[in-house]
Design a protein around this ligand. Sequence first.
Ligand SMILES: [Ca+2]
Length: 545
Amino acid sequence: MKKLIPSLAFSFGIFTGLLIVSLTMTMASADGLSSTEGQMSQRRTSDSKPNILFIFTDDHAYQSISAYGSKINKTPNIDRLAREGLRFDRCYVTNSICGPMRAVIQTGKYSHINGFCVNGNKFDGTQQTFPKLLQKAGYQTAVVGKWHLGTHMAPQGFDYSEVLIGQGPYYNPPMLKNGKKTSHVGYTTDIITDLAMDWLTNQRDQEKPFMLMYQHKAPHRNWQPGPKYLNMYDDVTIPEPETLFDSYEGRGKPARTQDMSIEKTMTAKDLKLVAPGNLTPEQLEVWNAAYAPKNKLFKEANLKGKDLIRWKYQRYLKDYLRCIASVDDNIGRMLAYLDESGLADNTMVIYCSDQGFYLGEHGWFDKRWMYEESLRTPFIVRWPGQVMPGTVNSSDIVSPIDFASTFCEIAGVKIPDDLQGHSLVPILRGKTPEDWRTVFYYQYYEYPGAHSVRRHYGVTDGRHKLIRFYEPDVDEWEMFDLASDPNEMKSIYGDPKAAGDQARMMAELDRLRAELKVTDEDPPQSIRKKRQPRNNAKSKKKDNG
Ligand SMILES: [Ca+2]
């Protein structure tokens, strides 16, 4: 219980009288949830199995969620989930890129085991996945929105799927409904919500518990806002991160040779100097009414140097945050739907992104690195009667690799022995197992590839982080102490003062690589055709994740 801190946002309003008494007792008791756990569990076991609503976004940085202390925007509906649930501050991804993280979530296994190492791999849908296990246990399963594990086969293990094709556009998305093509007109974030609510209302078997993966495309590049928010933030200046003009001194060659900077990598499309190509005439008119005057002012200003970078940063951040405003609105719609339909009480709601993202930190956008902004992903759980509302867990290292085991436990399925994650259920109930992980393993494979981030692996215990970039031409180590250097600006690898920590982390790295069955040679499917690494038009076009 020491790890659960009731936040100031704690609200008694949502509880029944019995629950208020229980929780008050719990908060006052020294040994945590023990006194109430029994009552809550009793209450729960008499009900049917809980539903699971998995709300997922693509590239949503925790720095842009007000429940995580955002200084740049407000997300009232995601905040509501945090207020009524548990917020994790150390949710780490295993491989900070889109398709691979989705495969990790499906399987509960690292990329080198589930076979999906880089975007462009084909997910082997015949393997064991958690939706299949839940289906066998009597759950109705569905996935709506972004899938991004390939269109070579319809999503396996789902009673219903309606998914974007590949990345999918922000407007007017063609989709695959149970494998058959459908078309829609409108803003994709709204459409995905409509489809998810339609399945909940009209298409599922109401007698069975459900597991719905409700997965947005937003706020993925290139950040096209919905019609409602094209002018949001027009009159404000978004604060800049302190590392916007990072010179990469203090780190090795990989940070200096990436291709993901706001300064050099952003395209005219990213910056909305060109309108999207797939809008209806009516949508295009609304779009141009918003952007044409702003773009005219930009061209007249003829900005150079740092002023130009600052302008790009503002344009990028505003569009990114506008996309999130629509995501947050739609989460609000979904939460209201759960309330009105009577589903809220017996539904676990999760909010998570496939990874974090750079919002100008180190001069970057995108993800991929083991550095904090892309290693950490937002993760909030609301589970009435089980999770203490308004709590924060800032110490336990958890990961999306744990979701499959967690969902199995919730659904009453025996957790298969070959899963590499662990059930979060005890932590959700406020009792961290004694043997819970204290060090976490990470590996990224996609080089050569979009944004030219070198292959690397590493370990972190939440304070120290040891990274090895391991290609033949770039074989470099970095180590950071987040307590003294939270922005990871200066590697202390090889510093005699850090020798003890370095040796400890090195031993942890060896231990975890052996435990997780990481092979010395990377899996063959992680080796992609060689591309020109820097500023290459094709690699930009193919940007994925
Ligand atoms: Ca992503």
